[in-house]
Design a protein around this ligand. Structure first.
Ligand SMILES: NC(=O)c1ccc[n+]([C@@H]2O[C@H](COP(=O)([O-])OP(=O)(O)OC[C@H]3O[C@@H](n4cnc5c(N)ncnc54)[C@H](OP(=O)(O)O)[C@@H]3O)[C@@H](O)[C@H]2O)c1
Length: 252
């Protein structure tokens, strides 16, 4: 047994939404672990500029809700680094509000970004993975797939993440005997642009903290280490699972 199994030397990864937040932390740790990483997102951030000064990183711009993006970002990864070993479907958005007032436009934004896009990107990634004899897909889900969030109400987001978890399980079943592992990661509350508004609201912050047995929010790096495990050979027998990293939120 060797700690080398936690490394990604020689592997090529594509991380959607890798320009900030959890995706950026995943892109960073993958590079530290020896991978070459293509970062995708709509906005090229300063953090992307810094990482791309290293030849082991590259950037491809793309809105994941554009149906032409999945094939294009997968092709860009293959062209740049010659393989696609790891796909992290991380890009996502959140929106909250009463169920009966949640209109079609907001519903479409959530489902297009959080479910249809990861479905399409994984679909684009599977063929090259089959041709090269295997790969790993990690979909970023959420504890919202399991609970009703409080105090904010967000049915569409929660349902989209439940779909991501189930997509991961069924894809894992379909490809288990062809070398492609598929898992999901279900974060609890993580400090990022997505949560900063809620963290700043005293009442939301208190409810989120009180319902997290560890009594604190996670940092993106604490999701990145989980992602590294799930995407490295250290988890070679793990497929079709959802790893919760939530400070104990879903224990009660
Ligand atoms: N933060 C949490 O507490 C938490 C908890 C559970 C699950 N999650 C999940 O973790 C993932 C990352 O969230 P985060 O907390 O890091 O949020 P974030 O800081 O808001 O980052 C969201 C990322 O998704 C990208 N993105 C959004 N819409 C996109 C689109 N149409 N096309 C391409 N990229 C798009 C953003 O890049 P651009 O805007 O530049 O495109 C950004 O990189 C999401 O799937 C989220 O649902 C987060």
């Amino acid at each position: 047994m060797s700690l080398e199994k936690f490394r990604l030397d020689g592997k090529v990864a594509l991380v959607t939404g890798g320009n900030r937040g959890i995706g950026l932390a995943i892109a960073q740790i993958f590079g530290e672990a020896g991978a070459r990483v293509v970062i995708s997102g709509r906005t090229r951030t300063d953090a992307v500029d810094e990482l791309c000064a290293d030849e082991n990183y590259d950037w491809v711009q793309g809105d994941v809700t554009d149906p032409s993006t999945p094939d294009r970002i997968v092709a860009a990864t293959l062209e740049r680094f010659g393989a696609l070993d790891i796909l992290v479907n991380n890009a996502g958005i959140a929106d909250d509000g009463n169920f009966h007032e949640f209109d079609d436009e907001r519903l479409a934004a959530i489902t297009d970004t959080n479910f249809t896009a990861p479905f399409r990107i994984a679909r684009s990634a599977v063929q090259p993975m089959l041709e090269q004899g295997g790969g790993v897909i990690l979909n970023i889900g959420s504890i919202s797939a399991y609970v009703a969030n409080k105090p904010q109400l967000q049915v569409a987001y929660n349902a989209s993440k439940a779909a991501v978890h189930q997509m991961s399980r069924v894809m894992a079943y379909e490809y288990a005997d062809r070398g492609i592992r598929v898992n999901a990661l279900a974060p609890g509350y993580v400090v990022s642009d997505m949560t900063k508004g809620g963290i700043a609201k005293e009442d939301w912050n208190r409810v989120w903290t009180e319902n997290t047995p560890m009594g604190r929010f996670a940092q993106p790096e604490e999701m990145a280490t989980c992602a590294l495990f799930l995407c490295s050979p250290a988890s070679s027998y793990v497929t079709g699972t959802v790893l919760s990293a939530d400070g104990g939120y879903t224990t009660h």
